[in-house]
Ligand binder design. Sequence first.
Ligand code: SAM
Length: 247
Amino acid sequence: MSGPVERVDIGRASLYRGNALDVLTQIGAVDTILTDPVWPNCPTGLIAGSDDPPRLWQETMRVMRIPTRLVVVLRGDSDPRFLAPVPTALPFFRLIHLPYTIPAFVGRKLGRDEIAYWFGDPIRPARGRNLVPSRAPAAQPADTRTNGHPCSRALKHFDWLVEWTSDAGETILDPFMGSGTTGVAAMRLGRRFIGIEIDPKWFDLACRQIDAAERQGVLFDGTPTPVRSSRAKRAAAATASLPLTLL
Ligand SMILES: C[S@@+](CC[C@H](N)C(=O)[O-])C[C@H]1O[C@@H](n2cnc3c(N)ncnc32)[C@H](O)[C@@H]1O
């Protein structure tokens, strides 16, 4: 399904329809790769690449230029050893839990939450961003947009991931952009975005979603999210001068 590469530019986004393994060789290093790849236990035939996800991931790691940071989202029941091909030039930094308000079960496993695995450098320390959280806010099941893509992710989680895994104005790359959730979040948060999708149907959907988000404009300019409770304010004040570290 790779076919010729098509490029569509929408404001701060450059979107490529084609095989990530081809397109990545033509793209320079970016600040953050934030992606939700074809996961190891993906049912065969559900989406492109599901015939051999480990090989697709291994090849992706081989051909990509090393970014400043790599953040990979997998469902909580995906075997993280899938990530073994991540280059040693990107040391593990931390994992982040992406919960949902209403748990669901997968076979005997309760909870369909996702995990973001973060490799490489942290973001720059700044007021309100000295401590990198280990947990994103819980998403409602309805936050996962029903746009026709079989595995589109919760925009609430991706807004949060873009906010915490990149700095304002930086470039985020998603080589497996699907319906474009990462790109929509990047537009909403004032980042540049490069997206790649092999399936023309999902590529067209991503173009439409990212175009709508770009037209809506930047919703959040990179100023830290205000801390509301007085207890949280005291904690933020106490840690404001600490070096960037793990929470
Ligand atoms: C897990 S889905 C990503 C879903 C996305 N995060 C969203 O919210 O819609 C992975 C996507 O990778 C695409 N894909 C599979 N193999 C690919 C390849 N070699 N190059 C580019 N895209 C590919 C699939 O078509 C699928 O849409």
